[in-house]
Design a binder for this molecule. Structure first.
Ligand code: HEC
Length: 218
């Protein structure tokens, strides 16, 4: 019994620590929807155009994106595959890592799994909370990533689109990054519903069978 209590307490510790560590007030809920193909397509486009210059997505192939998000291969090649890549290639960045490190102080990390490492809300909040800070090398800082080494590469977009549309774009981009971090998720979720439906059907038959077995005993 004592052992069990110790085990239970040990298991709940991480949760307690997380609850007491306090949340960054700037982290807001990312308004994303993984069933929204149009949003995911837009996000993919935003990603290759604005992020892949510095960040790779080494666990992702263009072909997979094209298949999953229903982007026809020719449109994919024309609009989303730069750097002379082929459709079967992984999404690498052209930037030499050592140079990037010299320019930014840190090499831009691979973003394949970013949304799973930090969470969708963190990513969305990060993308939407750059602010001017003259003391920083790029003149910007970030509310959820203090003293970040990444320049505010979306400044022009933010200025030209206005806050509302910019945020919609960032939601699309976050949506895409969540998809990219777990491409199997949509399949897994729909499979989950099917499995539960199947278990209900099975439950019915098992129940009937159980009644049949005990009929004569009672
Ligand atoms: C000019 C190069 C450059 C571009 C373009 C760029 N980034 Fe970055 N990014 C960086 C660097 C450098 C870092 C590392 C910052 C640090 O650790 O201080 C970084 C860090 C990040 C992080 C935080 C990673 C972590 O440590 O958890 C995220 C998320 C991110 N970038 C997303 C994006 C997205 C999304 C885009 C496209 C809109 C983008 N970046 C475009 C250079 C870039």
């Amino acid at each position: 019994m004592k052992k069990l209590i110790v085990l239970l307490v040990a298991m709940s510790l991480p949760m307690l620590v997380q609850a007491s560590s306090g949340k960054n007030e700037h982290i807001v809920t990312a308004p994303i929807n993984m069933d929204d193909k149009a949003s995911l397509q837009k996000g993919a486009q935003l990603f290759v155009n604005n992020c892949q210059g510095c960040h790779s997505a080494n666990f992702m192939r263009y072909e997979r994106v094209s298949d999953d998000l229903e982007i026809p291969a020719d449109i994919m090649m024309e609009n989303l595959v730069f750097t002379g890549g082929k459709i079967g290639d992984v999404m690498v960045s052209a930037i030499p890592q050592d140079l990037a490190k010299k320019w930014f102080g840190t090499a831009p990390p691979d973003l394949s799994l970013q949304a799973r490492v930090r969470g969708a809300d963190w990513v969305y909040s990060y993308l939407t909370t750059f602010y001017a800070d003259e003391s920083r090398p790029w003149g910007v800082n970030n509310h959820v990533f203090k003293d970040v080494g990444m320049p505010h590469v979306l400044q022009t977009m933010q200025d030209s689109l206005g806050e509302k549309e910019f945020k919609t774009n960032m939601a699309d981009l976050t949506n895409y990054m969540v998809y990219m971090a777990e491409p199997i998720r949509a399949t897994r979720e729909s499979l989950g519903y099917k499995v539960i439906a199947f278990l209900f059907v099975l439950l019915f038959f098992v129940y009937m069978l159980n009644r049949e077995y005990w009929k004569d005993v009672h």
